[in-house]
Design a protein around this ligand. Structure first.
Ligand code: AMP
Ligand code: GLY
Length: 424
């Protein structure tokens, strides 16, 4: 089987690592990939949104399955692009079509979907510049803090948690009238703040049945003790200790099943990953958001725990017989620590040489923002590397990943030394 992974981050490195272990694999390509994915397959220099380029390559190489890593090509309709053309539609695309990708592409769409299917979520209302004044009045009636969300994709930056009414009104104006997040904030969702502890649940579906993958928790803030600015994610652990059978049953019955049934009912074909961003509020799960892809850096922790052949599940998705497929999970605990560039999540430096990756023996080092320059691996993004280890206890896994993150060197390296320790 020939598989093409689309993307170039830590998540795609984890996909490449896992898929490369498959006995069914003949050839693995990653577009565009990074120096780390080149260990597992062949990188091809095609942009994730260059659908024509990806199509030509897939035809030339007789690709069987495409695994789409990031949300943007999905929201732009990569799956529809392939399935609507005679000479491409035999290629299985893991990732939803454009219509269902709106679950991530539009916060308003996803909230309306949750309401239609009675999925527990924070109360909300949506506004555009046409009912701006009404939005201000609505804000005055909300409890603080209050959450403002840009409707569209904003690279993880479109959510603001406002502690004061003044801050909320100013941000609301900036988003709607001054287009703080461009077109993404031409609609703004005002949402009730949920107080609880977050977790992520991942499901793989072929549109009929589904498999629940291992749970994970990510750490979004840049600073230790969950302080400072939001990032793409500074670390993750899997499984989540408080996701006990009782909570998981509620999540499945109240959130996962109604979602899968809702997609079927609304004729939104979905083949791919659904990422449920959840808040556990005193033992009751609420859905904060859908993502239509795996998480990053959750994928590094989740996929490294899957013991069986992962291609078996991907094949089940594209052939729509996922129900007949099985998979096994390691009882070990995974911990991922992300090494970032100096300045991230603000402006950051690039092009600094990375040393000592080869000295890491007991963790997997997934590349994210790296590049090759004159034979040397250099930094090339905000999140540079993700260091994942699997151990018998959460404590040991965290110790291992943190120690190994410390063994790698580049100028201005930063990583959190407290990932997961709140759960011990
Ligand atoms: P999102 O981009 O929707 O993932 O939101 C980013 C982060 O904002 C989430 O991971 C939560 O930590 C936080 N957040 C979003 N919505 C809420 C909410 N209604 N209540 C509390 N925190 C929220
Ligand atoms: N780590 C959160 C995300 O991938 O959206």
């Amino acid at each position: 089987m020939k598989i093409l992974i689309i993307g170039s981050g830590g998540r795609e490195s984890a996909f490449a690592y896992k898929i490369a272990q498959s006995s069914q694999l003949d050839k693995l390509f990653i577009a565009p990939g990074n120096p780390g994915t080149a260990q597992y397959g062949t990188n091809v220099p095609i942009n994730v949104n260059d659908f024509d380029g990806l199509a030509d390559f897939s035809k030339k190489e007789a690709v069987d399955i495409i695994v789409v890593g990031p949300e943007e090509p999905l929201v732009r309709g990569i799956h529809d692009f392939f399935s609507s053309q005679e000479d491409l539609k035999h290629i299985g695309v893991v990732g939803p079509k454009k219509a269902a990708a709106q679950l991530e592409g539009s916060k308003d769409f996803s909230k309306q979907f949750m309401i239609r299917h009675k999925i527990p979520t924070a109360s909300f209302a949506s506004f555009t510049k046409d009912n701006y004044e009404e939005g201000l009045k609505f804000l005055e009636q909300q409890k603080l803090p209050v959450v403002l969300k840009a409707d569209g994709l904003a690279a993880g930056k479109g959510v603001l948690i406002c502690e004061t009414l003044e801050d909320a009104k100013t941000s609301f104006k900036e988003m709607l009238l001054n287009k703080k997040f461009g077109e993404a904030s031409s609609t703004v969702v005002i949402e009730e703040f949920l107080k609880g502890i977050e977790l992520s649940v991942f499901v793989l579906t072929d549109g009929h049945s589904y498999k629940i993958l291992p749970t994970a928790k990510d750490y979004k803030r840049i600073g230790e003790g969950d302080t400072g600015l939001n990032t793409g994610g500074m670390g993750s652990i899997s499984p989540v200790p408080f996701a006990d059978p009782n909570l998981m049953k509620k999540i499945e019955n109240q959130i996962i099943k109604p979602t899968i049934d809702g997609l079927k009912e609304e004729r939104l074909p979905y083949k791919g990953f659904i990422f449920f961003g959840l808040m556990n509020v005193d033992g009751d799960p609420y859905l904060i958001e859908y993502n239509v892809r795996m998480g990053d850096p959750e994928a590094q922790s989740v996929l490294s725990r899957i013991d069986s052949d992962f291609v078996e599940l991907l094949e089940g998705v594209v052939q729509e017989d996922l129900e007949t497929r099985t998979y096994t999970v390691s009882p070990k605990i995974a911990a991922t620590v992300v090494c970032v560039s100096a300045g991230y999540p603000g402006e950051y430096t690039k092009g600094d040489g990375i040393d000592n990756i080869e000295n890491v023996e007991d963790s997997i080092v997934f590349h994210a923002g790296t590049a090759e320059k004159e034979g040397e691996i250099v930094t090339a993004g905000g999140r540079v590397l993700a260091v994942t280890s699997l151990q018998n206890t959460l404590f040991e896994a965290l110790q291992q990943s943190t120690a190994d993150a410390g063994r790698i060197f580049y100028k201005g390296k930063n990583f959190r030394k407290d990932i997961g320790f709140d759960l011990i």
